[in-house]
Design a binder for this molecule. Sequence first.
Ligand SMILES: C[S@@+](CC[C@H](N)C(=O)[O-])C[C@H]1O[C@@H](n2cnc3c(N)ncnc32)[C@H](O)[C@@H]1O
Length: 235
Amino acid sequence: MIIISVNNNNFLDIKKIAEIAHINGNPLSWFETIYSDANGQIEGIPWANLIPNPNLLSWINAQKDNYFKNKKALIIGCGLGDDAIALSKLGMDVYAFDISETCIKWCQNRFPNSDVQWFVYNLLELPNSWKNNFDLVVEVHILQAVHSKIRNKLAKALSPLVSQDGNLICIGRKRSENDNALNPSGPPWPLKKSWLKDQIEDLNLIEYQITDNTNPSRIINMENQRYIAIFKKNK
Ligand SMILES: C[S@@+](CC[C@H](N)C(=O)[O-])C[C@H]1O[C@@H](n2cnc3c(N)ncnc32)[C@H](O)[C@@H]1O
């Protein structure tokens, strides 16, 4: 077992600790390491910017007002909680979970008066009662953050959560279809549209847009293009 400690998170540290977690046979353990080593300091969380994802906000703005009221949303790997809070403010009944206990405590401290229900869960081990249960399932930068050895399994766990007529939203860094590098370096690992479509094969891809990231990101030297993919259970 290789022991890791991260004192000063940066992009290279993240790659290193994710790789070591993978070698140790627990490829998801490094998320808790990042959150707990951050010690409550936002600078320790490379993906956190304390605002809702701009692509998610654009999608929200394009929906009719009555899309959200009294509907149920599930936020996968919610991070510090801003996407969950944005949907809750629109009147949705929001469940949000993350694999990191420290992360969820952080959300509860940030938003003590919100109606969001916060949970510590692994996407691979969710309650059975959550199946077919959510009008909107949202995944922002989760699939791209996990090692390819486990990514397919996580992707396959998404569509069973979507209720009849519900939507799944996936947001991430785009990988070109022509990029055939065998062992791309990550995290993050940009993802191909064809890969995403193959994994979420039991839902219909109804929209796929590419945007430039307008978000100031502290993750450097990465491709700037993001995708937002909208899947629907029924056409
Ligand atoms: C790159 S961060 C993105 C966080 C947030 N969605 C955002 O956009 O700021 C990936 C998040 O997914 C969580 N995560 C990774 N694998 C997970 C899993 N199997 N189940 C639940 N959460 C997971 C991590 O703890 C981390 O908070």
